[in-house]
Design a binder for this molecule. Structure first.
Ligand SMILES: Cc1ncc(COP(=O)(O)O)c(C=O)c1O
Length: 496
């Protein structure tokens, strides 16, 4: 015994010895009331210092795995809860083997089916990948983030490490309320819930609005954010997609659908600025027309403001919630996942006070609250005045990449119709003969990958001639090379 002990990595040696002996006890290699080798013997057996063994033995005793008899040594405690044989496992007579696949309910099965991340192509080393629309981590100002963390910990570290409030970290809520007020939102009658990113905020909203007695009915832009489509489907919503035009959702079609649907819609999900995947910004005229329609039909609008800060040109456009004034029909879900750091899972839901009060209870039931540490780092980072400085730098860099990507597409993919006025991606529509899934296969062989656009469309089998190019994490040289390669493959397709 004790010959298989191996030190690994840079973990404290005493902890490694303690855990090694624990494993022997749990596996039954060391039996109840058996005496452990003396600390001197064990130090020789494991080739570690005697002080290390003394510390490990103290730890074993503290954790209840051994007991000491003064003057005699350390003995193994009779363990509770490791009696595999008594439960029929160890002797092989009965095996407790559940078929977990068979146990999965409809929700779990659908979640797996709709999990594009699992089914997506993995980038091999050296592949030029246009699939991501995450921020470029090289831009992150680590020094400022570290300072924000240290500053906040110095002020109230003990409070932050304890449980917080379901609604969120109050200083952050106050900050974000002012931030939204500066976008022109009338805050009267409104309140805010902090969530773990847009995605959780959306999920909580859908949980609250999903009708109990029938399938829900949702309306949204088509194409749209595939995670939103997935969550709508998971919550049992029937989705009606309205086509996009170059200045946003097709308002005539929207009106026609609203007129036809006699039972009405439970909600609309809209991304009016730098929409995913098309990158389109809804024009002010359309914003006003959409709001009038939604008001006429009394449909709650969930506004996704995820990309609003990544504007590269043109005038600031107010979010839909700002145009609603004191009306309570718009629920705005914000996130800094694209403009700042998606690893801090912080988003916010701004809407009618009574609604937020209900959402708060759902949030509490699910996760108690979003990590207060995450919220407080974000708060202090904003309070320290880093946001404007960082956004200026990030915008400049992304704008440069956006223009480069656009220029490369115009040069190498002249047949593709481009859309995207900002954000971290461009959307391409090819003549109908180009199937972008087949194109992807051909490009993958040449070391380039992108996101085929059909995954953003509501109806399967549509949008098969579209693709999304995320450029934020691709180097300039690779943007040029990658788009050149895609261009070559498109020409091959069109010739065939
Ligand atoms: C349309 C849209 N909304 C929101 C988000 C951000 O989600 P989260 O805040 O959960 O990271 C994304 C990220 O890709 C997105 O594409």
């Amino acid at each position: 015994m004790f010959q298989d002990f191996k030190l690994v990595g840079d973990r404290p040696v005493a902890i490694q010895v303690k855990e090694y002996v624990k494993r022997l006890i749990i596996k039954g290699a060391l039996q109840a009331d058996q005496r452990l080798p003396s600390t001197r013997e064990m130090s020789g057996l494991l080739k570690v210092s005697r002080n290390t063994v003394i510390a490990a033995y103290e730890g074993l005793e503290d954790d209840g795995f051994t007991y000491a008899i003064p003057g005699k040594g350390s003995y193994v405690t009779a363990m509770v809860g490791h009696l595999a044989a008594d439960n029929g496992g160890a002797d092989g007579s009965i095996v407790w083997q559940i078929d977990w696949e068979a146990r999965m309910n409809e929700y779990a099965v659908s979640a797996v089916e709709l999990d594009r991340m699992k089914q997506g192509i993995r980038a091999n080393k050296g592949t030029i990948s246009f699939t991501s629309i995450a921020p470029d981590e090289q831009l992150f100002d680590l020094g400022d983030v570290k300072r924000a963390f240290m500053d906040r910990m110095a002020i109230e570290g003990q409070v932050l490490l304890n449980y917080g409030y379901a609604k969120g970290y109050k200083p952050l809520i106050d900050y974000l309320m002012r931030y939204m007020e500066n976008k022109g939102v009338d805050l009267s009658g409104k309140d805010m819930l902090i969530t773990s990113g847009f995605t959780e905020g959306f999920d909580i909203m859908l949980s609250a609005l999903r009708p109990s007695a029938r399938r829900g009915a949702a309306i949204c832009e088509n194409p749209t954010h595939h995670t939103a489509i997935k969550n709508l489907k998971l919550h049992g919503f029937e989705i009606t997609g309205i086509p996009m035009e170059s200045d946003g959702i097709d308002v005539e079609q929207l009106e026609a659908v609203l007129q036809k649907q006699t039972n009405g819609f439970d909600l609309a999900y809209l991304t009016p600025s730098y929409h995913n995947p098309t990158g389109i910004v809804m024009s002010p005229a359309k914003r006003s027309a959409v709001m009038k329609l939604m008001m006429r039909y009394q449909i709650p609008v969930i506004e996704d403001g995820f990309n609003e800060e990544l504007r590269y040109s043109g005038a600031h456009v107010a979010p839909l919630i700002a145009t609603a004034g004191q009306g309570n029909g718009v629920i705005y879900i914000g996130s800094f996942s694209k403009v700042l750091f998606p690893g801090l899972r912080v988003g916010w839901v701004l809407g009618d006070m009574a609604l937020i009060d209900n959402l708060e209870s759902i949030k509490r039931a699910r996760t108690i609250h979003t990590s207060t540490i995450d919220q407080s780092i974000l708060y202090q980072y904003l309070l320290n005045g880093n946001f404007d400085k960082y956004v200026k730098k990030a915008r400049m860099e992304y704008k440069r990449k956006y223009e480069l990507t656009k220029a490369c597409c115009e040069a190498h993919l002249p047949l593709a119709h481009l859309s995207g006025d900002g954000g971290l991606h461009l959307f391409l529509t090819f003549p109908s003969g180009v199937d972008t899934r087949q194109l992807l296969e051909a490009c993958t062989e040449q070391g380039v990958i992108f996101t085929p656009g059909d995954k953003f469309f509501i109806q399967e089998g549509t949008g098969t001639n579209t693709l999304r190019l995320g450029f934020s994490r691709v180097t300039d040289a690779n943007i040029e090379r990658g788009i050149q390669i895609i261009g070559k493959q498109v020409r091959r397709f069109l010739k065939a």
